[in-house]
Ligand binder design. Structure first.
Ligand code: MG
Length: 267
C-alpha cells in the first residue's frame, strides 16, 4: 500500500500470482525426476594416498628433492650431463651462483608442483637484488633465462616493480596479495601449471595458464600468460613441447637462498 500501491494494479497482481505458481510447479517437477539420470559411476578417480601433512608428497608424486641429493637435477647449460653445483646440507639445497641454475632431468607438460624456499635471515641488498631466484615452470633452451618464471624474491619488506615481486609471473602477472614471510622463515609455493599448446605450423593454439598459492594464499588465479617472461621487451610464444623445470641462480650479489621439499604430480 502507501507509495507502492499503484504498482499493484489488478493485471499486475494476476501476472505476479501466475509467475509464482509456475515457479512452484516447475520446482516440484524437478523434484519428481529420476535422480539416477545425473549420477555417474565411471571413470573412478584413482586412489592417491596423501602425505602425512599437506606439504608432504602424495603417493603418485615425482619427488624432485627430498633433502638427500640432487640426482633429479642437472646444471643448466649446453652440457646436459653436468651435475648441479649447489650444496646439499641438512636436508636443504642452497643456490650456488657460480655454477648457475639447476634443471630437472625429466621434462613435463601439465603438473601440480610443491616447492619450499627460504631467504637467508641475514639477506642484504634491495629491489631485485635481494634474494632473487625463480622457478622456471618450463625452462626453454640451454642457456639464459628462457621460459616462464614464477618469481622468487624477498618481498617481505622490499619494494620493487609489482610484476617482479615474489608471487609474480615475472613482468606479466602481479600477485593478488603479498603473503611473504620474513627472511629466515620457510615459505611454500603450490602451483598448477597448464602448458601452452601449439599448432603444427608453430602458432599458438592455447596459452599457458597458472594458479599459484604462496604460503597457502592465492596469488595467481588461473592466470593466462602472454608468452615467455622476458627481462626486456614484450612477451611472445615460441613453439615447444614438454620442458624441464629450472631453479634460477640469479646474478645479484645478495646471499644465496635455499630450497627444500620439492615434488610434482604430472596431470
Ligand atoms: Mg628471478
Amino acid at each position: 500500500m502507501y507509495t507502492i500501491a499503484p504498482l499493484f494494479s489488478r493485471k499486475f497482481f494476476i501476472l505476479l500470482m501466475f509467475l509464482l505458481s509456475m515457479d512452484t510447479f516447475l520446482f516440484a517437477q524437478n523434484q519428481q525426476g529420476d535422480p539416477k539420470l545425473t549420477e555417474f559411476y565411471t571413470p573412478v578417480p584413482k586412489i592417491v594416498t596423501p602425505g602425512m601433512t599437506n606439504d608432504q608428497p602424495p603417493s603418485d608424486a615425482i619427488v624432485l628433492f627430498d633433502g638427500k641429493n640432487l640426482d633429479q637435477w642437472r646444471a643448466e647449460g649446453m652440457d646436459t650431463t653436468k651435475k648441479p653445483g649447489w650444496i646439499v646440507e641438512n636436508g636443504i639445497a642452497t643456490v650456488d651462483k657460480k655454477s648457475g641454475g639447476i634443471v630437472t632431468r625429466q621434462s613435463f607438460t601439465d603438473y601440480q608442483l610443491h616447492a619450499e624456499y627460504r631467504i637467508p635471515e641475514n639477506i642484504t641488498g634491495s629491489g631485485q637484488a635481494r634474494g632473487n631466484s625463480g622457478i622456471f615452470l618450463a625452462s626453454l633452451g640451454n642457456g639464459g633465462d628462457q621460459g616462464y618464471e614464477l618469481q622468487v624474491l624477498d618481498s617481505y619488506n622490499n619494494s620493487t616493480y609489482v610484476n617482479g615481486q615474489a608471487g609474480s609471473i615475472y613482468k606479466q602477472g602481479v600477485p593478488l596479495a603479498n603473503p611473504c614471510r620474513k627472511p629466515g622463515e620457510w615459505q611454500t609455493y603450490d602451483v598448477v601449471w597448464t602448458a601452452p599448446r601449439f599448432k603444427e605450423d608453430g602458432t599458438l593454439e592455447s596459452p599457458a595458464r597458472v594458479t599459484v598459492f604462496l604460503n597457502a594464499v592465492l596469488v595467481q588465479n588461473n592466470f593466462e600468460l602472454k608468452g615467455q617472461t622476458l627481462y626486456i621487451g614484450q612477451p611472445f610464444y615460441k613453439k615447444h613441447g614438454p620442458a624441464p623445470i629450472k631453479l634460477q641462480a640469479h646474478g645479484d650479489k645478495s646471499e644465496p637462498i635455499s630450497y627444500r621439499n620439492i615434488w610434482l604430480r604430472p596431470l
